[in-house]
Design a protein around this ligand. Sequence first.
Ligand code: ZN
Length: 135
Amino acid sequence: MKKIEHIGIAVKDLSQACDLYEQLLGVPCYKKESVWCEGVEVAFFQTGDNKIELLSALNDESPISGFLEKRGEGIHHIAFEVEDIFFEMERLKGKGFVLLSEKPKKGADNKLICFVHPRNTRGVLIEICQEIKPQ
Ligand code: ZN
């Protein structure tokens, strides 16, 4: 894995959280996006080489709704950038990690993504992501 690509933070109200993080980080949100298939609305901030992704639920079936109910607002996942997500998924499966999808999914911010179940990672939800390169 190459580096931490972003840290995902679950929030109840995206626009309020955006205002707060703009003040905190001193940079404006550079992208907002709704990922309907995942039931999440996200906002991204860039600080140096790193990104923060704020996530809120679009509906009650959203995994973010469940997370907020169980754990409240806070760090939701850590995302690592990988060169070849198919290779990394096979590698992780081979080591006994449980992946949350069979195939990579199209995530926010022009990425292919896959999550690793937190039960194998000491309670931390890990995302691996690969930039979708223009054809
Ligand atoms: Zn993420």
